[in-house]
Design a protein around this ligand. Sequence first.
Ligand SMILES: [Zn+2]
Length: 661
Amino acid sequence: MGFYITTAIDYVNSRPHLGTAYEKVTADVIARYKRLRGVDTHFVMGNDEHSQNVYRRARELGEDPLAYCDRMEQVFRDVWGRLSVSFDDFIRTTEPRHRVAVQQLLQRSYDRGDVYEGHYEGWYCVSCEAFKQEKDLIGGKCPIHLTTPDWIRERNHFFRLSKYQPALLDHYAAHPEFIEPDVRRNEILRLVESGLEDISVSRAGQAWGIPVPFDPDSVVYVWFDALVNYIAAVGYGSDDALFARWWPAQVHIVGKDITRFHCVIWPAMLMSAGLPLPERVFGHGWVHFRGQKMSKSLGTVVDPLEAADRLGADPLRLYLTKEIPYGGDGDFTWDRYEERYNVDLANNLGNLVSRIVTMADKYRQLRLEPSSLGPGPLAAVASDVRSAYVTAMDAFALHEGAAAAFRLVDATNVFIAESEPWVLARDPGASDRLAQVLYDAGEALRIAAVLLLPVMPTAAAEILRRAGESVPAEDIRFDDADWKSSMPRTLVTGPALWPRLQDQPAERKADIPTTMESHVSNTPEWKPNAPAPESPAPAATTPSPAAGNDPSGARVSIDEFMKVEMRVAKVLTAERVPKSKKLLKLWVDLGAEQRTIVAGLAEAYEPETLVGRTVVVVANLAPAKLMGIESNGMVLAASTESGKPILLSVDGDAQPGMRVR
Ligand SMILES: [Zn+2]
């Protein structure tokens, strides 16, 4: 049984933005996952070219519309290529195969008596390419485009959508999986239950479009035209064998704003033509930029290539997959993108690759072989993760699938920290134990990379290569994610995959991730956390203050985090500590109490500039004596590479004593 997956096709009057890219990348993750599972997969995307907007844009530029569409096809293909989107076919609605399919489907519907002639009179928003009812307008304007729609009065052909209301409701009831997620299903159910009106499926007197077969003076309405791409791409009307091979589709991936077209009009069109319906329509949410809808007029459009250029296509794909619950809305900000890069990739996965390869090199000349001790606890973790991953990915919970793979990464980092290979290496009697620890860590890393292949295809293939996997990435199948308890492998060294971002542009300084260690490292007089002895430094990564000497990058649970009591405090007095270049003695107000904190801020701040300032402190830190003064807490600050601290700004509404979490 094959798997046919599509995305919406895109209007070509502007370049793809991050929201468009989100749909293609997530569909690609699904397609790659299916291929990993050994399923014969057909992934189709394309461009929607018969839009009046496209026609107008080409005319504005003084170009022939088709030549303009040809040029834009390359723009879109370039973007998808740069984002590693692995479609099998790319359809354009100006292609002959598409025209044939549209005309054949409309003719069949007409022959069946489902298309009749009438007059349309009403509002039409050209930007939406949609007819608008009076009740949909706000102040007489399209609520999406804030423009006044055109009043149209013309002879049109209408499709008897109303006739299909009972059949659609029956289908939804018999196939609850047809519309996902549930929230979309409920919207569509309410819409259809409230009654359907027949829809206009043609436009009169226009040249740009597919002629109506039984009325050559009209062209097919762009939505009716566009939806047909899903069958046109697999040979409807042009290649019967191909059509039999792939139709019906297993899933259409579309944005939540157009599920109505895909869950109501499209199935009714197929029913009318006597064709089977797709198995499901998945309506994904929107990616907002800083909480706002991406819109050119609002200046909130993010260029996906800029995001890929900045940190890489794989980090972007990981962000889009893992940080946004699939089906819901999500948010993108540059700061959060960089933060996730540092946390997930630089400190966690990238660091794990470096640690394992470095230790394999140092202790075993890169050759990892298990001992007679047998696999340790990671084998069971890998098994749990694998099943959680499959459950999530099969249900299109892509964010949970990616998170599952990262649970194995986390567990491996913790395993290394607890096993302390650098201690075992000093003990000749622990040779077997060391061999098994290194082998297990390498095997867990390899399995995590297999699971991440759909999400981060290039990076995961590189990790597999370094982990000594001999099967080429394109031939890897899900079975390769089984734990191999006795398969010696030779690892491969290489440069850091994701160097930690250190320097942030000045305008984003306020969002530098804070680390408590960074503050400690500014204060050489006080080192509560002794570095782990001989923990190998990661190969070729810049040591970061946050990572310290044991750069496990292991994440903490919320319970662990909540043990750290951070509170808002107001600086009442500040003075230099005699004989110290770095330290200031602060007297701070914590709401319910006042206390002394000694902080390493003297090189960056004059004491008097701090008086009256609101800061964040760790309130439950054990007291420590610094230069003879007892300090009760720690002031949080970000740290530059040179070690200079930067205090965090706190909004004036935050009152002393408030908990920070
Ligand atoms: Zn509009």
